[in-house]
Design a protein around this ligand. Structure first.
Ligand SMILES: Nc1nc2c(ncn2[C@@H]2O[C@H](COP(=O)(O)OP(=O)(O)OP(=O)(O)O)[C@@H](O)[C@H]2O)c(=O)[nH]1
Ligand SMILES: [Mg+2]
Length: 220
């Protein structure tokens, strides 16, 4: 999959502002400062499409980007200690509403720093995704900060700790672009599954329609 001309669409601060669109949606979530915006820039082949910052907790909005075949949502980072309890609660509710409402949500990337492993917040996030039956892949970020061998060891340990197979855990670095192709492949297969499901749903709708027509003809 080749990404050309990804553009920023809009930001949402509240659930009422969430983008309603026809295109399948891919979301990126994770702890503050884990590298969500950097990963989006890597996918878009752009330096500053999504604002990155060394100061954690910068993205307090859901930011939407149009990637052509799909929309990409950069979700607010969680787990930043310096944020007030009220603000944290607000984010938690925003995230929950996002997963509740997004029918077009096709796949979520849960980003975890490869050096630090999954936090309680990450586990809660994956539980939420399981609850709403949203398919997700764990993406271990900042792989360039470890040697290749270390990165491999950490990836196995983290996958084990959250009960996932290594297949559901990708290792990436936005700095070296390691893992970019695997991410794009994952998006491509998520979109293919999505369009297959839509085909089935539309056949089912058509069948129901035909059944209803037959029934109503029988009633006449
Ligand atoms: N070495 C290295 N640094 C990275 C990588 N990805 C991100 N960073 C750095 O980590 C910091 C945070 O990156 P962001 O992409 O802004 O992280 P974020 O998850 O969007 O952060 P919030 O929006 O604040 O939640 C920045 O200083 C980035 O340069 C990576 O793959 N390797
Ligand atoms: Mg960000």
């Amino acid at each position: 999959m080749i990404i050309k001309n990804a553009t920023f669409v809009t930001s949402a601060a509240r659930a009422e502002q969430f983008l309603a669109c026809e295109k399948p949606m891919i979301a990126v979530c994770g702890k503050s400062n884990v590298g969500k915006s950097s990963l989006i820039n890597m996918l878009a082949n752009r330096k500053n499409l999504a604002k990155t910052s060394a100061t954690p907790g910068r993205t307090r909005l859901v930011n939407y980007f149009d990637f052509g075949q799909f929309m990409l949502a950069d979700l607010p980072g969680y787990g930043y200690a310096a944020v007030s309890k009220a603000e944290k609660d607000k984010w938690a509710v925003t995230l929950q509403k996002f997963f509740e409402r997004s029918q077009e949500l096709t796949h979520v990337f849960v980003l975890i720093d490869i050096r630090h492993g999954a936090t309680e917040d990450d586990v809660a996030m994956m539980e939420l995704l399981n609850y709403y039956i949203v398919p997700f892949t764990v993406v271990l970020t900042k792989a360039d900060k470890l040697s290749r061998m270390r990165a491999k060891e950490h990836a196995k340990k983290i996958a084990d700790s959250i009960g996932l197979t290594r297949l559901n855990v990708l290792v990436v670095s936005s700095q070296t672009r390691e893992g970019k192709e695997e991410l794009l492949d994952r998006i491509e297969s998520a979109l293919a599954v999505r369009s297959e499901q839509e085909d089935i749903a539309s056949v089912q709708t058509q069948e129901t329609r035909e059944e209803n027509i037959q029934k109503s003809e029988g009633d006449l």
